[in-house]
Design a protein around this ligand. Structure first.
Ligand SMILES: [Fe+2]
Ligand SMILES: [Fe+2]
Length: 257
């Protein structure tokens, strides 16, 4: 039996942990080591593997401190772009790895970075900066098509997939959604609920894919209302809508993560 935990670090990152009943765990995207080690010691948890999704400092900078702190070997998995961060198993699309007696499938999900990968073991999805609750990661190097395809791939997973993304951007993302859907009562209620969570010091994450398909416009790029709202032709493709929406999000106040 595994359970999921998250550790807030830096400004708005989460480091995710999957822990088994014996206290052995996987650390996902440790952007710093001190806070993670402190909590692991307090809980008496021991890392046996680290999963990296992509090569941004807020996801990889803690690897060195963690592997140096423990006196036994910890396997570090990651895409090729993270190879300089103590990775000893480089992963690519279609790979499967077994850790803590569970199989994780590796999806190549570029767009935010050119080599971003995502880890999936039903029902957990560790998607780094690909999708967030209510939004998606920033696009670097013009990779709109890549990000669009990555989101399409993730949207094909089961509805009750648990979305473990790396940043607490939900409120800002939902404000963006409400800008386009000002009369959607369900989204307004969800926003209020998440606002309350934040006000009492709780996270809005993880989310579920079934919610994201309602509150996250980046999963709804084929819908006519969005094309109309964006002033686009009704024959515009999902990719064209996605690109327009992502550019608008940059001006709306996206953080570059
Ligand atoms: Fe990030
Ligand atoms: Fe990133």
């Amino acid at each position: 039996m595994l359970f999921l935990k998250k550790i807030p670090i830096l400004v708005d990152n989460y480091v995710w942990l999957l822990v088994n009943n014996d206290g052995f765990c996987i650390i996902i995207d440790p952007g710093c080591s001190e806070t993670v080690i402190k909590i692991m010691n307090k809980k008496k948890w021991y890392p046996i593997a680290i999963f990296l999704t992509h090569c941004h400092f807020d996801h990889v900078l803690g690897v060195k401190g963690i592997i140096q702190y423990y006196s036994y070997p910890i396997t570090v998995f990651g895409p090729d772009e993270t190879k300089n961060y103590h990775v000893n198993k480089i992963l690519k699309e279609g790979d499967k790895i077994i850790v803590l007696n569970r199989t994780f499938s590796i999806f190549f999900t570029p767009g935010h970075t050119a080599g971003h990968i995502t880890y999936y073991s039903d029902p957990y999805l560790f998607c780094g900066d690909t999708i967030f609750s209510g939004g998606c990661g920033s696009i670097y190097k013009n990779q709109y098509l890549e990000m669009y395809n990555s989101i399409q791939l993730l949207s094909s997973l089961p509805d009750f997939t648990i979305i473990c993304c790396s940043h607490e951007y939900t409120l800002l993302n939902l404000q963006f959604t409400m800008f386009f859907l000002p009369n959607d009562i369900q989204i307004q209620l969800y926003f209020k609920k998440m606002q309350h969570q934040i006000s009492i010091g709780k996270a809005t994450l993880p989310s579920y894919l079934i919610f994201e398909k309602k509150i996250n416009l980046f999963f709804r790029t084929d819908e006519c209302f969005l094309k109309k709202t964006l002033g686009m032709n009704l024959f515009s493709t999902g990719l064209e809508v996605f690109t327009e929406l992502r550019i608008k999000k940059d001006f709306f106040g996206a953080k570059r993560d």
